[in-house]
Design a binder for this molecule. Structure first.
Ligand code: NAD
Length: 255
């Protein structure tokens, strides 16, 4: 029980990697706060799965691109479970548009949902951790694209590159409070964001050929890394990224 009686916020916890993180954390004994954007039904299924496994989770309405909504998530952790131990900034979107095509609206939306949310999620969690006497961790779900260009997805790459520097700088600044800030950098993961690739056998072959481990990750394989880093097992890891990419960044060029 790596997270027994710990409280985690997992943004985007009702889909893909986020849902896998919620379930993996619950299996390790955590209490969890999950956001929904419009209606509580969005988190109904995942909360039911957590409860079936004997855990506790609450859904809170929050658009992570809004600082006031992120604050609601922290307040809900404290109101429901008495404290906050880890903030997992996982929610993310992409536009798959090129440098020349990307509109002001596309750019702003991706930066706000992916990067602004990770920054203010980190800040608000850190303030709560300090109020509790220090300690605590922030895990930002970044991407191989924090360091590796993806032509045709510029705003996403900019947002994840920003997350890399957020984590390095915040990790260094907050070390004096024993607060850790880390990134997990997934490669290609079998989630709804990649449905069109998964539906195309030719694209899947090209992708699998480029990955040293020969396949996409399952969301649970990324979730295990997040749980490790959020727990005390990762207590000497901060201000860095752990890539969970099957060796993709090292083993191929220009995919
Ligand atoms: P997904 O589309 O399955 O889930 C995204 C989640 O973010 C959903 O729960 C959605 O409701 C939530 N979300 C989006 N906008 C939001 C907003 N404004 N407010 C609150 N919640 C919002 O995607 P996923 O593949 O599970 O991706 C999760 C994270 O992993 C993202 O940050 C993504 O960039 C990163 N990632 C994914 C892959 C991959 O191959 N799937 C690879 C590298 C990194």
């Amino acid at each position: 029980m790596l997270l027994k009686d710990k409280t985690l916020i997992v943004t985007g916890g009702n889909s893909g990697i986020g849902e896998a993180i919620v379930l993996a954390a619950a299996a390790e004994g955590a209490n969890i706060v999950i956001d929904y954007i419009v209606h509580p039904d969005e988190t109904k299924d995942v909360i039911a799965k957590v409860e079936k496994a004997g855990g506790q989770a609450v859904g809170v309405k929050a658009d992570v691109s809004k600082v006031a909504d992120l604050k609601e998530l922290v307040d809900a952790a404290v109101a429901n479970f008495g404290r906050l131990d880890a903030m997992v900034n996982n929610a993310g979107i992409e536009t798959r548009t090129s440098v020349l095509e990307t509109t002001e609206e596309d750019y702003q939306k991706v930066i706000d949902v992916n990067l602004k949310s990770a920054f203010f999620g980190t800040q608000l969690a850190a303030k709560q951790f300090i109020k509790q006497g220090g300690g605590g961790s922030v895990v930002n779900v970044s991407s191989v694209h924090e360091d590796w260009p993806m032509p045709g997805n510029i705003a996403y790459c900019v947002s994840k590159g920003g997350t890399r520097m957020l984590t390095r700088t915040a990790g260094v600044e907050l070390g004096e409070h024993n607060i850790r800030v880390v990134n997990v950098g997934p490669g290609a993961v079998a989630t709804p964001i990649n449905q069109s690739t998964m539906d195309d056998p030719e694209k899947m072959k090209t992708l699998n050929d480029a990955i040293p481990l020969g396949r996409m990750a399952q969301p649970e394989e990324v979730a295990d890394v997040v749980v490790f880093l959020a727990s005390d097992k990762g207590k000497y890891v901060t201000a860095t990224t752990l890539f969970a990419d099957g060796g993709l960044m090292q083993g191929s060029v220009g995919l």
